[in-house]
Design a protein around this ligand. Structure first.
Ligand code: HXC
Length: 514
């Protein structure tokens, strides 16, 4: 054959393999409102940037009639490409080929691209759409999963790992996304569960739909397994691309800088926060008043909304925000919000992203439910994560900073670099009402008019302790600041922390309370 003939032969082979499971299976995929694996990759990457590898890889399974099956790409597409001109590694499981099930060759394709992304220090994006372990391949497919989980762990904190759930992600398969940094789900399309409805029916005798069990909303809102929720696949891809503008390509780099922009005029910080500590407000508006172009990219928006986490830029550089949300449960720390904050703090620390903490909260959530769910164990994650973090860490106390909350929310004592407080800040062991009831109990009980005495004592306590000046007099906070100067003070604090050098004792690793 001539070169031309051989090239034509290659093109024919490629066309067959690129058709995946064939027209009928592709139509079935479409009917479920899903793009095909190849369409997904092409929609996500820069035009013309995708280079595929291992298109002709085949399984060598011989049981259950597998020897007669030729599976295009063995059910997964792998390759490299660029997003906004920056290189990334990607794989997408192809449900049209044997349900995207994971056999040994399929797993080896994935682990090969994972090794490449770690070696080349670039982000890895995994698109999951699979019936799980390929049943016909038995323990070989379980081995494949184990190899993936090991590499997820190895890459954790070195390169960003992004999981996109665009179909079923069942059985042990869910543990690869769970080991990665950010999980994206799409309404009506994503399904994640350890045991499916069939098994639940057999074992527990309960009827439950896949959606109720592990649909996109369940994981974005209740379990906290997903960090981004979208209404369509295309919206999801936009979210991924936006996230990538905020994070560095590996742990040896900083996030890219963008031209600085002032926040939008409609977000005026001094008009957002009421001085009455019982009045709620949306702390996201405070963040919008602080960040460039008021562009705040929230992470895990629907889960544990009593704490807000996400990325913004100050003077063009990425900052991670952790903020109590007075709109929900007065912004308390509980089991879920502690998990959410602790993990995000560790992400920012691993990837050289300065952390700004906005504090306004009455402490940890009291009650038997929280105690039994382990608020001690979960709450400790916040203390651990802040104490461990060595990136620049800046706190602004807006109003309440009571008790354990004061310590946990990046206090000086956990090695904040700068702690600022607004004049409305109240830094105390507990709220004035509770404190007065305890320390002045005898005076209140023996007074002629106990109610009047209670009010008097609360006022006395407030005047003495519910302000920022006691903490300022001890140097626990560095400056009491005018609210309208918060952005310029943060900007300065970040600027003077650029060359921060800080260490912790050498150890193999700590034992965080997870
Ligand atoms: C082999 C599979 C498969 C699997 C699906 N297929 N899952 N083949 N192994 N795990 C095949 C089907 O036989 C079918 O082939 C094609 O893929 C499409 O599947 P359908 O069932 O027709 O699709 P749908 O109706 O959309 O249902 C999707 C599904 C269902 C809900 C995912 O296929 C299903 O329940 N699959 C099994 C899920 C599961 O229990 N997996 C866990 C395995 S154990 P044909 O030829 O008919 O088109 C596991 C443990 C890993 O993963 C542990 C790691 C630590």
């Amino acid at each position: 054959m001539s070169l031309k003939q051989k090239t034509n032969d290659l093109l024919k082979r490629k066309a067959i393999a690129e058709a995946g499971g064939g027209q009928e299976a592709n139509l079935k995929q479409q009917a479920k409102g899903k793009l095909t694996a190849r369409e997904r990759i092409l929609a996500l990457l820069d035009d013309g940037s995708f280079q595929e590898y291992d298109l002709f890889v085949q399984h060598d399974a011989r049981d259950f009639n597998m020897e007669s099956k030729v599976l295009a790409g063995d059910g997964v597409i792998t390759g490299t490409g660029t997003i906004y001109g920056q290189p990334i590694c990607i794989y997408a499981q192809d449900f049209t080929v044997e349900g995207g099930s994971l056999g040994f060759a399929h797993a080896r394709k994935i682990t090969k691209i994972m090794d490449h992304s770690l070696k080349m220090r670039m982000p890895l994006i995994g698109i999951n759409d699979s019936g799980g372990a390929r049943i016909q391949e038995g323990v070989n497919s379980l081995a494949g999963y184990g190899e993936i989980f090991f590499r997820n762990t190895l890459s954790s904190g070195v390169i960003p790992q992004i999981s996109v759930i665009l179909g079923p992600c069942a059985g042990g398969a869910v543990y690869s996304p769970a080991l990665t940094d950010f999980v994206f789900v799409v309404e009506n399309i994503s399904k994640m569960f350890i045991t499916g409805p069939e098994v639940i029916k057999t074992v527990l005798g309960e009827e439950i739909s896949m959606e109720e069990l592990g649909g996109a909303k369940v994981h974005a809102e209740i379990s906290g397994n997903a960090h981004f929720y979208a209404k369509s696949e295309l919206e999801c891809f936009e979210q991924i691309k936006k996230l990538l503008t905020f994070i560095p390509w590996n742990n040896g780099q900083k996030a890219r800088s963008f031209p600085p922009k002032e926040p939008r005029l409609e977000f005026k910080i001094e008009d957002i926060v009421p001085s009455d500590p019982r009045q709620p407000y949306d702390v996201r508006d405070v963040i919008r008043a602080l960040v460039d172009d008021s562009d705040f990219f929230e992470v895990a928006e629907l889960f544990a909304p009593n704490i807000v986490i996400g990325f913004g830029r100050i003077n063009g550089g990425t900052v991670g925000f952790v903020a109590n949300q007075p709109l929900v449960l007065a912004g308390v720390l509980d089991c879920d919000s502690s998990d959410k904050a602790g993990r995000f703090i560790r992400y920012c620390d691993a990837f050289n992203i300065p952390i700004v903490t906005l504090e306004d909260m009455p402490g940890y959530l009291p009650g038997i439910d929280q105690e039994h769910m382990g608020v001690i164990r979960h709450g400790a994650k916040v203390l651990y994560a802040y104490s461990e973090a060595t990136v620049p860490k800046i706190t602004v106390i807006l109003r309440k900073a009571y008790g354990g909350g004061y310590i946990a929310m990046n206090s000086r004592h956990l090695r904040a670099d700068f702690v600022f407080a607004w004049p409305t800040a109240e830094i105390a062991v507990m709220g004035p009402e509770g404190a007065a009831n305890i320390i002045f109990r005898k005076e209140i009980q023996s007074a002629e008019n106990p109610e009047e005495m209670r009010k008097l004592k609360i006022k006395e306590y407030k005047e003495k302790f519910a302000n920022p000046y006691v903490a300022a007099s001890k140097g626990y906070i560095d400056a009491v600041i005018e609210p309208e100067r918060t952005r310029s003070i943060l900007l300065h604090a970040i600027e003077v922390s650029t060359n921060k050098t800080d260490g912790r004792p050498r150890k193999k690793h700590g034992i965080p309370p997870f």
